[in-house]
Design a protein around this ligand. Structure first.
Ligand code: ATP
Ligand code: MG
Length: 455
């Protein structure tokens, strides 16, 4: 069945333009996702109407428009409560001399020509009430879970090298395979990615990492990954010579990435980079290979990678913190958990546990059990600490700065912080209960007796 339910706003635009004697379709990602039974993120519309004709039409219908990309033929129609939709004139792209942007675009009245400039067959389908327009057999490729370039893959990748990563991203997201000619062309043309802006690479990489098919994609296209992250090259094939590992460093990394099935991109990127420093600190003795202090090496290398790929500062510092601590030995006790919560916060600690679990599960099978148990115990303890509102940060303490100042006759200043930190540490360590009476009495009687006796 090729029937697609188009949301109200997009349907009104498509129908309206057609009544006004233009061709109009929903096109691209929304058609692909609808046919896959998924909910499309956005609904793009294409039409034979030129931008001027579109504007004239929308003005007649009192629809507000925004000039999103007039040169490329795109305007946004504001359908108010039914949403905003991008509408683009059918176009043909001119030459791509920089492997990124067409030198020019030309409008056309042929849907076929518009579809033929698109990247993959599954993205080159259009639909309206008259049915599916599918000149490149995208429907068949969808049914067979195949990513295939429209036309000659070498031409398509040299026009826009980002398509290399888009192919891998779609293969990962949907668990599809990349058709043989397209696949070989990816390997041949990967160097063209050097011409692509870091932000665009980062965006595709992040989407790719979250896909269910990421394991195969990272294994098969390690050459593409090392093109965008050359620092990963030494990991490929690096034998760990260690009983905890059945994979080489790159394979281990890739399995760890794939083992985490959540969609927190910070966790995914941390896993991708967590062992990138390993080849730089390899030592061996009679027991086999070791990678002492590799967290620090990975941290330092990752900092360069993340900066080059233009990750925002918050994600970067979160990822680097996790990489630095990914191998920490965390005792499964409430006290240790409270300490870690104090040190890196709840959100980061949850991420750290996710990373540890994914990491351990990518180790040699016969070495995992006790460490998985330890990690699972940490989850249980964490839940208990959070559920029972145990204190692990200053804000949770049953006393505050005013109490300290009043009780010890201190004025505002560093000393108040020192006292509070001392009390917090004792509460986290379980030496004091987080109860007001107990903390007040500790302050007054035990620790700061001389202050009180001076009164
Ligand atoms: P997503 O789910 O990320 O939105 P999408 O396929 O809709 O995926 P968009 O970037 O929204 O991707 O692009 C919309 C459509 O435009 C695509 O389906 C494809 O037909 C075409 N397209 C996008 N980027 C390219 C490209 N680099 N080269 C050729 N065609 C492209
Ligand atoms: Mg889209």
């Amino acid at each position: 069945m090729n029937k697609i339910t188009i949301p109200r706003g997009a349907k009104a635009i498509v129908q309206g333009l057609r009544y006004a004697n233009h061709e109009a379709y929903v096109v691209g990602g929304c058609v692909r996702d609808s046919l896959l039974g998924l909910v499309p993120k956005d609904w793009d519309i294409c039409t034979s109407a030129t931008p001027e004709e579109m504007k004239e039409y929308f003005t007649r219908c009192s629809v507000r428009t925004i000039d999103t990309g007039l040169k490329r033929g795109t305007i946004t129609a504001d359908m108010e409560r039914s949403g905003k939709f991008e509408v683009t004139t059918f176009r043909i792209d001119g030459d791509y001399s920089d492997n990124r942007h067409p030198d020019s675009v030309e409008f056309t009245d042929s849907i076929y020509k518009d579809l033929s400039r698109r990247d993959f067959t599954i993205n080159a389908m259009a639909y309206n009430q008259a049915g599916l327009v599918d000149p490149f057999h995208g429907r068949e490729d969808l049914d067979n879970s195949v990513i295939r370039c429209v036309g000659n893959p070498d031409d398509r990748f040299s026009e826009d090298a980002l398509r290399i990563l888009r192919a891998m991203r779609f293969a990962s997201t949907y668990g599809f395979v990349i058709e043989e000619n397209t696949s070989q062309s990816i390997h041949r043309n990967k160097r063209l990615l050097k011409n692509i802006a870091a932000e665009r690479i980062q965006s595709e990489l992040c989407k790719m990492l979250c896909g269910k098919g990421i394991l195969n994609v990272l294994l098969e296209y390690n050459d593409v990954i090392t093109t965008i992250i050359p620092e990963m090259q030494p990991c490929v094939g690096f034998d760990q010579n260690n009983r905890f590992h059945e994979y080489n460093v790159y394979e281990h990394i890739v399995h760890a990435v794939s083992n985490y099935d959540g969609d927190d991109i910070v966790v995914k990127v941390s896993l991708l980079l967590h062992d990138i420093g390993k080849p730089h600190c390899y030592t061996a003795d009679h027991k086999g290979g070791h990678f002492y202090g590799h967290g620090v090496f990975s941290h330092d290398i990752s900092e360069k990678v993340l900066t080059r790929l233009r990750f925002d500062n918050k994600s970067k510092s979160d990822i680097l913190e996790l990489i630095l601590h990914h191998d920490a030995n965390i005792e499964p006790t409430p006290k240790t958990v409270r300490r870690w919560l104090n040190k890196i916060g709840e959100k980061q600690f949850v991420r750290l546990l996710n990373i540890r679990m994914a990491d351990i599960q990518a180790h040699a099978k016969d070495t995992q059990e006790s460490r998985i148990e330890r990690c699972a115990a940490l989850w249980v303890i964490l839940e208990e600490v959070i559920k029972s509102n145990q204190c692990f940060k200053m804000k949770d303490l049953a006393i505050d700065g005013h109490d300290v100042m009043n009780l010890l006759h201190l004025s505002e200043g560093k000393a108040v912080g020192v006292v509070l930190n001392d009390v917090l540490e004792k509460v986290i360590n379980g030496e004091l209960p987080n109860e007001r009476v107990a903390l007040v009495s500790y302050l007054v009687k035990e620790k700061y007796q001389e202050v009180v006796s001076n009164e």
